[in-house]
Design a protein around this ligand. Structure first.
Ligand code: C2E
Ligand code: MG
Ligand code: MG
Length: 711
């Protein structure tokens, strides 16, 4: 090619300046490239790095020189996937059209130290002078990924079971979750832009909200129960937490409210409350709630100085109704009684059911004057009795009933709730005793008797623990006055009261069931004595009678206990005689017979004590496997002066003998009585005439002579 010489210098200059411009723009391009936030990596068709910018160096941790020896795949793919990736890249490069930027993909980048980081990758394919080359733009998206993850978690958390609402600083709703809509009934579209007042139920007054917002301003958060209103108008309880969100400077930008619908929990609480404090049959307060209210009332009396009254009410013969018409009808009656009682009192008064057919009415603030208060209580009491006397309508029939009522007054001087309940109970007891269908006030004399009894009971327990009991023995003799056996009679050697006789404590021991441990002690002590006698020839023939209370005998384990005691002590069963009273025989005759038979099979004998005084039925006399009848001493005392008593004594002797039993006369006090009995054919005797109950040593005189020594 030839060139015009004239134009050559000009051309050169132009060329030079073009080169300068090019160099300039290249340098600028390089600068731009290096300043870019993305890593820019050029590579050839084989995927080999041909050039990269500063950012790439920083991102991947290789020097430029090292990078030139790298394959792009080494930078952006973990080793295991590298081969697959290479193939993919080749395919992509073959098909990629020049200058068209490829798809953005998210892959992992790998630094020179082997650590991975998320990147976004775009590859552009270019053709220059017929050769392909490629330019990869790599963006480190670690931060973006982290933010995305947080958002994802936040989004999941936002859609929890609890309702959530975000408002601006003025309480305008910006966002709600699905649970918000489920609980309140407002869709997100309906709620957004509204004020939180949308949900106000009106159950809380302004002061409630004021206190709540003060708390939020001060502490940044508030938690508590709140009643809100659903879209359908229903009011519901929720447990709400409000938290203020503050910007950097500290001013509140948002509020976040999180709440749970606690309707179910509230209902459960209410049910528990109902069960714990109310009687399920009548829905009246139960003993617990009554006791609570009574406590409050007693405390209140001290302030108001007004006296109150406690009325104990018990339906007369309620058991009969239950037994004849069944418990269902009994329940119907109790419910009707509850309704009538409530109608007899004022709103502030309490009607409670203690259980069974026992109701209590508590009247408050009757009067400051106790007498006046008592008069008012009496008139309410009479009103109640009248109301309860009205016929009851059942589905099939009309039922008549009545009630007894005991009243105990209380004022600031009254001591404890327990005392008060006891007083009212005592008064009720008196009303029952007074013929029922009547009202009685608590009587302090009766209380004195009751507290004496309570003292005795406490002593009895202590006495048992401290072994204050002992056995006396009273001789039992035959016609010749020879000792045939003894009756064991318990005595209580009380540290203060002195020697206490059984009549003064056996009934109480029976009421309190302390007769069980006491009776067991008696049996064991008696059996030990029996064993001691059995071991000596001159006493081996003696029998020993032990009194058994009905409560002891009716215990399921009675037979077992007696046999175990015999075995424990080694006493001969055939010398043991159990004395039963007629009072024992009023129920479960079959069971009594079975128990007696079981013991008789082991040789134990049975005597019927105090015969003629109780429920003397000839039919059970015939059926029971008795060995002996004891004529009660009451017939004997008059036998000599009163021909009727003499006739009874005589008939009992004959009756016993004809039924194949021995007959023993107890309470024989004189020779005349003894001779009368002997004439009537009685062969066994016990009484002061032969010997008083005394410690075992007193029997010695019987052993020293076989001839009886009277007086
Ligand atoms: P009981 O079994 O009928 O005992 C006879 C009672 O009559 C005894 O009174 C005895 O001391 C008394 N007695 C005996 N001979 C005469 C007499 O000639 N004239 C008079 N006036 N009385 C006489 P005690 O010991 O006071 O016992 C009273 C009741 O207490 C006994 O009547 C018995 O029912 C009961 N008892 C005594 N010890 C026990 C016991 O260990 N267990 C049980 N469950 N009851 C017992
Ligand atoms: Mg007896
Ligand atoms: Mg007796």
């Amino acid at each position: 090619m030839t060139m015009d010489p004239a134009t050559t210098p000009h051309l050169r200059e132009e060329l030079l300046s073009t080169v300068a411009v090019l160099k300039d723009s290249l340098e600028r391009a390089q600068l731009n490239l290096d300043a870019a936030l993305d890593a820019v990596i050029n590579m050839d068709e084989a995927g080999q790095v041909t050039d990269w910018n500063r950012q790439a160096e920083r991102m991947f941790g290789y020097s430029r020189d090292q990078a030139m020896r790298c394959e792009v795949a080494e930078l952006i793919v973990p080793p295991v996937h590298r081969e697959a990736h290479r193939q993919g890249m080749r395919r992509y490069m073959r098909t990629a059209k020049p200058t068209i930027i490829g798809q953005r993909v998210e892959v992992l980048g790998m630094r020179s130290d082997g650590s991975e980081f998320p990147i976004e990758l775009t590859i552009a394919a270019l053709i220059q002078n017929g050769t392909h080359f490629f330019c990869a733009h790599v963006r480190d998206i670690t931060d973006r990924k982290r933010v995305e993850e947080h958002l994802r978690i936040a989004a999941v958390a936002f859609e929890s079971d609890e309702g959530m609402v975000i408002t601006d600083c003025d309480g305008v709703i910006l966002r709600v979750n699905q649970s918000f809509s489920a609980i309140t009934g407002y869709s997100a579209a309906e709620a957004l832009g509204q004020s939180m007042n949308l949900l106000r139920s009106g159950r809380q007054d302004d002061s409630f909200y004021k206190a709540m917002w003060t708390r939020i301003r001060q502490a940044g958060t508030w938690q508590g129960e709140m009643w809100n209103r659903r879209k359908n108008g229903e009011i519901y309880p929720e447990w709400l937490t409000v938290t203020a969100v503050r910007a950097g400077q500290g001013e509140v930008t948002h509020y976040v409210g999180i709440f749970a619908d606690i309707t179910k929990r509230k209902a459960a609480e209410a049910e528990i409350q109902q069960l714990a404090f109310y009687d399920p049959l009548t829905n009246l307060p139960n003993r617990r709630l009554l006791t609570d209210r009574l406590k409050q009332a007693l405390a209140g009396c001290a302030r108001s100085h007004g006296a109150g009254a406690l009325l104990f009410i018990d339906l007369d013969h309620f058991k009969n109704l239950n037994d004849t018409l069944g418990h269902d009808q009994g329940d119907v009656l109790l419910r009707q009684v509850a309704v009538r009682l409530k109608a007899c009192v004022r709103d502030g008064d309490t009607v409670a059911r203690l259980g069974g057919d026992e109701f209590v009415v508590m009247l408050l603030d009757l009067s400051e004057n106790l007498t006046e208060a008592a008069a008012k209580a009496e008139s309410v009491g009479e009103k109640i009795l009248l109301a309860l006397r009205q016929p009851y309508q059942f589905s099939q029939l009309t039922h008549h009933s009545s009630a007894s009522l005991g009243v105990a007054m209380f004022n600031e001087a009254s001591q404890s709730v327990d005392d008060l309940l006891k007083r009212a109970d005592l008064a009720l007891y008196q009303a029952k005793d007074g013929g029922r269908n009547t009202l009685r006030f608590f009587d302090p004399d009766m209380q004195a008797a009751m507290s004496a009894r309570a003292g005795l009971e406490a002593d009895l327990r202590l006495g048992l623990q401290e072994k204050q009991f002992l056995l006396y023995y009273q001789p039992q003799v035959d016609v010749q006055g020879r000792l045939t056996g003894v009756e064991a009679l318990v005595r209580w050697q009380h540290p203060r009261r002195g020697m206490v006789h059984p009549a003064d404590f056996i009934p109480l021991a029976e009421d309190t069931r302390l007769i069980l441990p006491l009776g067991q002690w008696v049996l064991e002590a008696a059996c030990r004595q029996l064993k001691a006698w059995a071991d000596q020839s001159h006493t081996a023939h003696l029998t020993l009678a032990v009194n058994v209370s009905a409560i002891q005998f009716h215990r399921a384990d009675f037979v077992q206990d007696v046999l175990a005691t015999l075995e424990l002590t080694g006493a001969p069963a055939a010398r043991l005689k159990l004395e039963l009273t007629e009072s024992l025989l009023v129920k479960d005759v079959e069971d009594i017979i079975a128990k007696m038979m079981a013991l008789k099979a082991q040789g134990v004998g049975f005597s019927l004590d105090d015969f003629g005084t109780g429920y003397s039925s000839l039919s059970y006399l015939k059926r029971l496997p008795l060995d002996q009848l004891k004529i009660d001493q009451s017939f004997l005392h008059e036998a000599l002066s009163n021909p009727k008593d003499a006739a009874i004594a005589s008939v009992i002797v004959t009756l016993g003998q004809r039924l194949g039993m021995t007959v023993m006369a107890e309470g024989v006090e004189s020779r005349a009585q003894y001779e009368f009995l002997e004439r009537e054919g009685c062969h066994h005797f016990q009484g002061y005439y032969f010997g008083r109950p005394a410690p075992v040593e007193a029997l010695e005189r019987f052993f020293s002579s076989s001839i009886h020594s009277h007086e």
